[in-house]
Design a protein around this ligand. Sequence first.
Ligand SMILES: NC(=O)c1ccc[n+]([C@@H]2O[C@H](COP(=O)([O-])OP(=O)(O)OC[C@H]3O[C@@H](n4cnc5c(N)ncnc54)[C@H](OP(=O)(O)O)[C@@H]3O)[C@@H](O)[C@H]2O)c1
Length: 302
Amino acid sequence: MTYAPTLTTAPGGPTLSRIVAGCWRMAEWPFSVAERVRWIEECLALGVTTFDHADIYGDYRVHGLFGEALGAHPALRGRMTIVTKCGIGLVSPGRPAHRVKHYDTSAAHVSASVDEALVQLRTDRIDLLLIHRPDALMDADALAQCFERLRAAGKVLHFGVSNFTPAQFALLHRRFPLATNQVECSPLRLDPLHDGTFDQAQDLGIAPMVWSALAGGRLFHGDDGAARRVRAVLERLAAARGESVTTLVYAWLLRHPARLVPITGSRRVEAMREAVAALDSQALDARAWYEIWEAGNGQPVP
Ligand SMILES: NC(=O)c1ccc[n+]([C@@H]2O[C@H](COP(=O)([O-])OP(=O)(O)OC[C@H]3O[C@@H](n4cnc5c(N)ncnc54)[C@H](OP(=O)(O)O)[C@@H]3O)[C@@H](O)[C@H]2O)c1
């Protein structure tokens, strides 16, 4: 069985497991506290020691569900790194003051979000805090100063962003050393391969995290043309390689030289195992890699 190694995302940055466990959907999983503890332990046993969160997940409930598991087994905290995000204001019963969905990267909001996350997650520190979405009103100088204060207080150890364009990333990175840009990428979402996101990551030596590697499950059950086309290619290549489609998709991502750190989204440990197996599977040659790219692109390689 493959055990996921770790990777330091940036010079002086955090050390994450090479495959990260995503907790976005945890509120939908019919798990008792004991089952959540078992799920965490099964992830850890695979070397998947980093857990990805956001304050808004599960309508602001997932931090608390995860914290409940850590409360039941406090020793788990020392065996994991926690990534979480803030900066989105959802209209939600969990936030009655929000009348409209909005972004807020003010120091007051970020600091308050961190304090709330520490309480809900039942931890004294966040290993990596990300600004969840680009905010048109982001004051980069003020946010960098806020990051400094949170780091000095020991509440957050490292900082990064999510879904930022290269220009937005550079704006903040020039003021404060960022540890990652967490973006969507899969055979059905090729954008960061070509919009400068992964070029910038490779240039700066800052490993991106990748969300929805399986396109949120669309790779398996999508009945649109692109999903069918990609699925056919993946199934053929996976069968030839003697591995699952999930393993092949993760191998396709791991092949990229920017050192992508994919986040799983499944509640099934078997799916997690298939993702981790990609770390041991044969590296894809350029022909197979571009065959998958071409299926996702829908146009021949130019
Ligand atoms: N930064 C951001 O803006 C952002 C946005 C979205 C997500 N994220 C992060 O990325 C993580 C992963 O995102 P994601 O959940 O969209 O990842 P994903 O792995 O692309 O999708 C997971 C979904 O696919 C299903 N699935 C997996 N294997 C399958 C199979 N063989 N057949 C059918 N369905 C299958 C899963 O169902 P089962 O549970 O039944 O396997 C689950 O519903 C999230 O948890 C979150 O931490 C970040």
